[in-house]
Design a protein around this ligand. Structure first.
Ligand SMILES: *Cc1c(COP(=O)(O)O)cnc(C)c1O
Length: 380
């Protein structure tokens, strides 16, 4: 049998071994790394700085007192708590969709939704850079999978033409993409994708993980920014990034959501998130949509422009190629007091190892300047 230690040695030899690093502080503008002291944090997806927000934390505590800490069981088994339903109503209204369903994580939303809607007779067409949760969801479904080069509308069109020839009367054809790509920070050409999926009578699942809370009117995401919410059949996202908490969602028509309640295994066979968490997510949504959210997005946009004018999102990759180069740059930055992760295969394609800088409204202007200076010094 294979020896796990041997596998770890192989990972280490190719610069791909990962290990967990202990944090001694909450999330925030800076974090305390065990053994390394305080670092400015350019690694989290807490774009609006809500993970350690005083107002949200105190609401969370109140909700625990009112609603309890745990949810007891899956929502189909023990009855669904009002907090989850209220959150879903609020979210559906916000996303201009008929209905919404929440999951324990974005990962669970993807791996629950895709196999619930597609099976072995169906066809799923994904962008090459789709997140692991979307790929795993597609694999779990048993559907035929086709991948198009990142943001390549011509190749998407040719896959859709192929699917149109192959499909039977009941075949579902599902196009899957993200609005802001998690490791590149660029945006999907969503209008073109909507035109194609409509022309070929396909469904579109759009993962707004890194856009929700950040882009569009009220932070409603890329589809809202482009006026395309009504054309995206399945709007997916997470509360773990700009909302600063955790949990995933899927917004769609009422029949689709009802079908998910019946078929999405990550929903059915998993205990519901804490009701206090669901209520706090509702508060985070109010905050994101309101003037405070607007102010935080303005700060974030100013940081983004200062760091890299014209950058499409708060995710800014610095591509270095080799794993060792990315690791060395990350270590050199940490020695200067900046936490910027090295991202390697399989998270990104081989040969495109990178630093992934994420900006947050929690940062101060001088933090952005200091990081730019430090990046110059580590000679990249
Ligand atoms: C983070 C992420 C997910 C998973 O969301 P979690 O709530 O962290 O499980 C899904 N899709 C994309 C694009 C992501 O970046």
């Amino acid at each position: 049998m294979r020896d796990p230690e041997e596998e770890l040695r192989e990972l280490a030899a190719s610069g791909l071994r990962r290990s967990l690093r202990r944090l001694e502080s909450p999330q925030g503008r800076s974090v305390t790394l065990a053994g390394a002291g305080s670092c400015l944090n350019f690694s989290s997806n807490d774009y609006l700085g809500l993970a350690d927000d005083e107002a949200l934390k105190s609401l969370y505590q109140t909700h625990i007192g009112r609603l309890g800490a745990g949810s007891g069981a899956s929502r189909l088994v023990c009855g669904t708590m009002a907090a989850h339903l209220e959150l879903e109503e609020k979210l559906a209204a916000l996303k201009r969709s008929e209905a919404a369903l929440t999951f324990t994580s974005g990962f669970a939303a993807a791996t629950g939704t895709i196999p619930a809607l597609c099976g072995k007779d169906d066809i799923i067409i994904l962008d090459k850079l789709c997140h692991a949760s979307l790929i795993d969801g597609a694999r779990l479904s048993g559907a035929t999978m086709r991948v198009f080069p990142h943001n390549d509308l011509d190749r998407l069109a040719s896959h859709l033409r192929w699917a149109a020839e192959k499909r039977g009367e009941n075949t579902r054809v599902l196009v899957v993409t993200e609005s802001v790509f998690s490791m590149d920070g660029d945006l999907a050409p969503l209008a073109g994708i909507c035109d194609l999926k409509d022309a070929y009578d396909a469904l579109l699942l759009l993962d707004e993980a890194h856009a929700f809370g950040v882009l569009g009117p009220q932070g409603r995401g890329l589809a809202a920014a482009l006026g395309l919410e009504g054309r995206v059949d399945l709007q997916m996202g997470t509360f773990s990034k700009a909302a600063g908490l955790s949990g995933g969602y899927l917004c769609a028509s009422r029949p689709v959501v009802d079908l998910l309640v019946n078929r999405a295994r990550s929903f059915i066979y998993s205990t519901a998130p804490s009701p206090a968490l669901a209520a706090t997510i509702g508060d985070a949504l109010d905050l994101i949509c309101g003037t405070r959210g607007e102010d935080l997005r303005t700060v974030l946009a100013a940081h983004r422009e200062r760091f890299l004018p014209g950058a499409p999102s708060a995710i800014i990759p610095v591509i270095l190629g080799e794993n060792e180069a990315a690791l060395a740059a990350s270590t050199a930055l940490q020695e200067r007091g900046f936490l910027v992760p090295a991202i390697r295969y399989p998270t990104v394609p081989r040969g495109s190892a990178r630093l992934r800088v994420t900006l947050s409204a929690a940062h101060q202007t001088e933090d952005i300047d200091a990081l730019k200076k430090a990046l110059g010094e580590v000679a990249i």
